[in-house]
Design a protein around this ligand. Structure first.
Ligand SMILES: [Fe+2]
Length: 383
């Protein structure tokens, strides 16, 4: 087992969850609320984690009703269990959804409802004044990297609007990356989440702004994915490759503190309007966006950034003529079926999707400025 800090404290390898439990006990915390979802409960993973915690002398309560795209009710219901059980910290177990839900719960423990008033894009972070209880994170997918992030997205059901929460103290105190926990993920989920991580690294590397540390992390994150995602698809029990994917996902989320871009702006409405898995939505949108960039007028630095990513493929004999084509080929090799139309998106949805994409904040960090009609073209291409 290894420990390092960048910027979250990360425990990596077999035994990480046990060591996390010991650390929580050492902090003087006696009881935690484990936040997870129904699938992980049914798979016995919640039980496995709580057993490990109990063996370390830590009491637990659990809330396992988080929706795939968490809603405000999940947050309110979780807090009731937290307060009733006199818990002192949260442990988020799962993909991005339980992590987002747990981070939102941290705010509402000591701050009044409704959640929407804390929306970071409307200055709501200023209302977060009291100290937040700690959260610890155990990812079961290698994708969002939410275990090293300090933001959360919650859907307000009545309006279908997203509330984006962001606060430095929402960052998990420790993330335990245990490859064993991801080994039973279906291949399609492994690929979709892995390509979300790839998109985070790529968009962070393409985002303008001076952040050489994030750039270095993003390039290495992509390299890890090129080397290890195919191995995991071929042999889902390859724990070494699974572990590297967990690291690459954490790297993606660390890097994208620099910013994301237009791919995520397309992926967000594809999920909220058409129900596509977030990682799948990114993967389907990525080649069209990269092609758009490659065909745009770019300055030498921007061209170099595209070349740098292409070189990662070239070093591995995976390069095609353009980066868009190279990515498309790589994704196809992982079993991805291209075409939004093959995933339930209707032609008549495209206008609405473009209108939503231009309202999404992610593309403000895109390599170049993008318009609604650029989005329309990219959606049409990806269709
Ligand atoms: Fe993402």
């Amino acid at each position: 087992m290894q420990k390092f800090n960048y910027p979250t404290q990360i425990y990596y390898g077999p035994g990480s969850v046990k060591e996390m439990a010991n650390s929580i006990v050492q902090m003087g915390i006696k009881k935690v609320l484990v936040v997870s979802d129904k699938t992980l409960l049914e798979l016995g993973m919640v039980g496995h984690i709580t057993d490990t915690f109990h063996a370390a002398g830590l009491s637990t309560a659990q809330f396992c009703d988080v929706h795939p795209n968490p809603i405000e009710e999940d947050v309110l219901n979780g807090i009731q269990v937290y307060k009733k059980g006199k818990c002192e910290a949260f442990v988020a177990l799962g993909g991005g959804s339980p992590m987002d839900a747990a981070k939102a719960m941290m705010i509402l423990v000591d701050h009044p409802e409704p959640l929407a008033q804390y929306d970071d894009t409307k200055g709501g972070d200023q209302l977060i004044k009291k100290p937040l209880p700690p959260v610890f994170a155990i990812p079961t997918t290698a994708g969002t990297g939410s275990e090293v992030g300090r933001s959360s997205v919650i859907i307000i059901k009545a309006t279908n609007d997203k509330t984006i929460l962001f606060h430095p103290t929402m960052m998990p105190k420790i993330a335990a990356l245990e490859p064993e926990l991801t080994k039973n993920l279906p291949v399609s989920v492994t690929v979709n989440t892995g390509l979300d991580a790839f998109t985070h690294n790529l968009e962070a590397y393409f985002a303008p702004g001076f952040h050489p540390m994030a750039d270095g992390i993003a390039l290495q994150g992509m390299a890890l994915i090129l080397d290890n995602l195919p191995l995991v698809v071929k042999n889902p029990g390859d724990l070494d490759a699974r572990g590297k994917m967990l690291i690459a996902a954490a790297m993606g989320a660390t890097a994208f503190q620099k910013g994301l871009g237009m791919i995520h702006s397309m992926a967000h409405p594809l999920s909220s309007e058409c129900g596509l898995h977030h990682g799948l939505a990114n993967a389907l949108a990525l080649p069209a966006c990269v092609e758009f960039l490659e065909k745009s007028e770019l300055n030498p630095e921007q061209r170099k950034r595209i070349r740098d990513v292409l070189n990662l493929f070239k070093e591995r004999n995976m390069q095609r003529s353009t980066l868009a084509e190279t990515c498309r080929d790589f994704f196809k090799g992982l079993g991805l079926k291209f075409g939004l139309s093959n995933h339930g998106v209707k032609k008549e949805d495209l206008t609405k999707l473009s209108k939503k994409a231009i309202l999404d904040p992610c593309h403000s960090n895109n390599m170049i400025k993008v318009t609604e009609s650029d989005f329309a073209n990219c959606f049409a291409k990806a269709f």
